[in-house]
Design a protein around this ligand. Structure first.
Ligand SMILES: [Zn+2]
Length: 160
């Protein structure tokens, strides 16, 4: 069971994903929280820029690498609306960040997108722990699943 403070961080991830959708980007949002519970950084997807690597989890890993000591990174948690893709899982592990808590798993997302008729992306949707076996991962979180699913439905309805 996640604590209320953790659900609050996930709520913010969902809101960031909704914000991404509002500005025409894919609905993904993430928050980086220190070991003592302070929100350090947040971001949403920016792939509409044309750069498909602009995932929020990748941006947060880079931010952590530049702004946090290694021991602080290890104690931090990344909350995110959707499970890290392999690129972001690798970045997370290479900078030595701690736990990941996600709303929707990659497996769920792949299923939802297939139902919407969206063709598979160029990267295999491996679970975080297949890429970064040392990272503690929690999710999916049922409270927010329907909202995330609906954001993706709206994004692909708009871009169809
Ligand atoms: Zn990613």
């Amino acid at each position: 069971m996640l604590q209320d403070t953790e659900l609050k961080h996930l709520r913010r991830c969902v809101d960031l994903a909704a914000k991404a959708l509002e500005v025409g980007d894919e609905p993904f949002g993430s928050v980086l929280v220190s070991g003592d519970g302070t929100v350090l950084a947040e971001d949403h997807n920016h792939v509409a820029s044309g750069d498909g690597t602009r995932h929020p989890e990748f941006e947060l890993a880079r931010w952590a690498g530049m702004n946090m000591a290694p021991e602080e990174r290890a104690r931090a948690t990344v909350y995110t609306s959707g499970e890290h893709c392999p690129m972001c899982s690798a970045a997370h592990a290479w900078v030595g960040l701690g736990r990941i808590v996600y709303v929707a798993s990659s497996k769920q997302l792949v299923g939802w997108l297939a139902e919407l008729g969206v063709p598979p992306g160029p990267v295999r949707p491996l679970p975080v722990q297949e890429v970064a076996p040392g990272v503690i991962v929690e999710g999916p979180v049922a409270e927010f699943e329907d909202e995330i699913r609906e954001l993706h439905r709206r994004f692909h309805a708009a871009s169809a």
